[in-house]
Design a binder for this molecule. Structure first.
Ligand code: NAD
Length: 308
């Protein structure tokens, strides 16, 4: 067990264990090694899980392996982990090319593939066949009830909404579907504790608690830029200095990805009506490839991961 989970006194769970280095470890599977899946894998390995990170795209899998090495090296440089501890954490993560390579009955499977309902449903159906004790989706906006359609055991399924970057963000939004069993919710709250996260438990309504409120602010900030109220830096500064937000709504939109926010806005528009209609400026910027930090240009210019 890592120093962190020992400090929290979180016990090892009694089920779904594997033998590794002579110790018994709970198994946690993450599907999708993108921004979120990678972060979840890193944090879970830090909490002592034996992690299998499933990624179908070979290039992305290779990039994820390099990024995990970097994260561990950085933790050592910053004095957060000893060299041996970091090496052990990294060694607890195994990359897999497909769910078919994963042994049955892990404790947890977290789905973190792109925000497309059909893709998520097919990944979840395949994941369920491995009989995890807990099956979660990291969806930002798709109703859990919609994703549960077609699952044989929807009672074991719920939303496990982590935030980016996973290692730095304390919140885990646990989204309880109509079919989710109380024991599943309890297991998700326990998982949050073990991962060092602080959970909120929310009902399954589109946008949950976080995206609904966060996207409202982001969309209004974009409309304000389009209306010429102020430039992006001043709109952000107003919220940071005037309302003590750690980051302004436009910079946050750049960090999340303009395309991701556009998808969420459309989902919320379908659910709640035109108060979530994406502003034309957002639609135009996405069409022009201005996706924020990941593309190098959004409301700000980005170079080597830093706002210019
Ligand atoms: P991403 O595009 O960075 O990563 C998704 C990864 O899934 C890709 O590497 C892709 O190759 C892989 N993938 C696709 N199909 C797969 C399959 N069948 N099996 C295994 N891997 C597969 O996306 P992301 O930003 O990490 O987002 C993932 C999920 O998390 C989405 O639902 C998103 O809405 C949600 N989310 C994102 C953020 C954020 O800030 N980016 C925050 C919270 C939640």
């Amino acid at each position: 067990m890592s120093e962190r989970s020992e400090r929290q006194g979180v016990p090892e769970t009694p089920y779904a264990t594997v033998r590794s280095e002579g110790a018994s470890m709970s198994r946690l599977v993450v599907v999708g090694a993108g921004t979120m899946g990678l972060g979840i894998a890193y944090v879970a390995a830090g909490a002592g899980y034996a992690v299998e990170l499933v990624e179908v795209d070979r290039g992305r899998a290779e990039a994820a392996a390099v990024r995990l090495d970097e994260l561990c090296a950085r933790a050592v440089q910053r004095g957060k982990l000893g060299a041996d501890e970091a090496a052990a954490q990294r060694a607890r993560i195994t990359l897999r090319g497909a769910l078919a390579e994963v042994a049955p009955a892990p404790e947890v499977i977290v789905e973190a593939v792109p925000e497309r309902p059909e893709l998520k449903r097919s990944v979840l159906a395949e994941a369920e066949r491995l009989h995890p004790a807990l099956l979660g989706s990291n969806t930002s906006s798709i109703p859990i009830g919609e994703l549960a359609e077609g699952l044989a055991r929807p009672e074991s399924f719920l939303g496990l909404h982590f935030f980016n970057p996973v290692w730095a963000m304390a919140l885990l939004e646990v989204v309880v579907g109509a079919a989710t069993a109380p024991e599943t919710t309890a297991a998700a709250v326990a998982l949050a504790g073990r991962l060092g996260k602080d959970p909120v438990v929310v009902r399954d309504l589109p946008g949950f608690a976080t995206s609904r409120l966060g996207v409202t602010l982001g969309l209004e900030a974009i409309r304000m830029v389009a209306d010429g109220v102020a430039d992006p830096a001043d709109v952000d500064k107003a919220m940071v200095l005037g309302y003590r937000h750690p980051v302004g709504p436009l910079e946050l939109t750049d960090l999340v990805g303009l395309d991701v926010r556009l998808d969420i806005a459309r989902t919320l528009q379908a659910a709640y009506g035109d108060r979530f209609a994406p502003p034309p400026l957002l639609v135009e910027m996405v069409a022009a490839g201005k996706l924020g930090k990941k593309s190098g240009q959004g409301f700000y210019a980005w170079k080597e991961g830093r706002r210019q």
